[in-house]
Design a protein. Sequence first.
Length: 95
Amino acid sequence: MLHLVDAQGRPAYAVLVALRGDAVLPYVNASVVASQLGRLADSIRYLQAAHGHAPEHPAVNLNLGLALAENRQTGEAEKHLRLAREALAVETTAQ
């Protein structure tokens, strides 16, 4: 797995989690970087880790669904894309 590190060698997502107290977005951000570097498998692993922290988070499910679709895992991709759509529909109606 690709690990972006700070000057002390700590993984960048771990630093962000410690600073922000947010266990999801650093993983999503790391997955985007991994994807841009052509490391789809690493991107998926970051998103799966994020999903472990917040299985109903729409950004996690959307990005995981898209990454899985790109990796031709269409059944799993569809499940996550559906979860993202449902979560966003709930958020929209709550406003």
